[in-house]
Design a protein around this ligand. Structure first.
Ligand code: FES
Ligand SMILES: [Fe+2]
Length: 299
């Protein structure tokens, strides 16, 4: 946000730049946020440039991902928020992966959309036509604070306990779904080569709607036309599954809940991901900002 009158310096996009120039009156900032030039400064009048740098947000690079807290006054350290989960995500090695494609879809209320990433109970039913009815409906849940890993029951960490770390089958152990509280899911695929789909949820215009950005990340950029096509097909398939199966169901469910006749929903003992998620949402909503670090350190 430009410190002159608040215009958007950059609305979207990616790339490299040596400076950011505001599209409104061309105030110019360095990549680390210093105000370096005021357009037509003589006419504008005196400005102490050192007081008009961009607002700095808490930011940390971990596991090849950039973590930002949107509240500049937050007292919750990003390390505390991560609860040790970044050490697990680091095994993907995302810092050297390739962003192949992105796409957007509309969904229901973010908590309903997010629930869809947190259980396998629905897989052979809702996704019977796409993933098949043979797919297991069971998951092992592992939690780092509010963050969760859903693993297949046939892949447990315990069975590798006595193997030296260098022999751990890391790719296999990284299968399943990795969620980053409160709005991201990471799931592994093979379309066009080793890849993940990262789904990031954002609020929609109303509480009943959300927007999801899907990112298709690949360990190596695909080189052959076949691999490029396979990556595209995998990504199209996932868009179909999420929008036509998960979110279509979620949007209808949202309408039903709005009706108000249902007083509570039930989560079974096999729906541990959603249980942990909603417990954390509740705990955070009830917690004062000052107490957040303690909640994450003890949770
Ligand atoms: S609002 Fe950015 S230069 Fe005026
Ligand atoms: Fe689903």
């Amino acid at each position: 946000m430009c410190t002159h009158r608040g215009a958007c310096l950059v609305e979207e996009g990616r790339g490299r730049t040596h400076r950011f120039t505001c599209p409104y009156h061309a105030w110019t900032f360095s990549p680390d946020g210093e105000l370096v030039a005021v357009y037509s400064e003589k006419d504008f009048g005196d400005v102490n440039k050192s007081e008009y740098g961009l607002t700095e947000l808490p930011c940390l690079e971990r596991a090849g991902l950039i973590w930002v807290t949107l509240n500049p006054d937050s007292n919750l350290a990003i390390e505390d928020f991560l609860s040790g989960y970044d050490a697990m995500l680091a095994d993907f090695g995302f810092d050297s992966w390739h962003l192949q494609a992105t796409q957007e879809l509309e969904g229901p209320n973010w908590k309903i959309a997010y629930d869809g990433y947190l259980d396998y109970y629905h897989l052979p039913i809702l996704h019977g036509k796409t993933f098949g009815t043979d797919i297991s409906n069971k998951a092992n849940y592992y939690f780092w604070g509010p963050h969760a890993h859903l693993g297949r029951p046939d892949t447990t960490f315990e069975e590798y306990e006595n193997l030296p770390e260098s022999e751990w089958p890391v790719n296999q152990l990284l299968q399943g779904v990795w969620t980053i509280f409160p709005h991201i899911s990471i799931a592994s695929f093979e379309g066009g080569g080793r890849s993940v789909m990262i789904s990031q949820l954002f609020p929609g215009d109303t509480p009943g709607t959300s927007k999801t950005i899907q990112y298709y990340l690949m360990q190596e950029a695909p080189e052959t036309d076949d691999d490029k096509r396979a990556a595209r097909e995998q990504f199209d398939f996932l868009k179909y599954v999420v929008s036509e199966e998960d979110y279509k169901t979620g949007i209808a469910l949202q309408k039903n809940l709005n009706f108000g006749a249902m007083k509570h929903v039930l989560y079974g003992r096999n729906e541990g991901g959603s249980q942990n998620f909603h417990k954390w949402v509740e705990a955070i909503v009830e917690c004062s900002d000052e107490d957040l670090p303690r909640l994450f350190q003890t949770g």
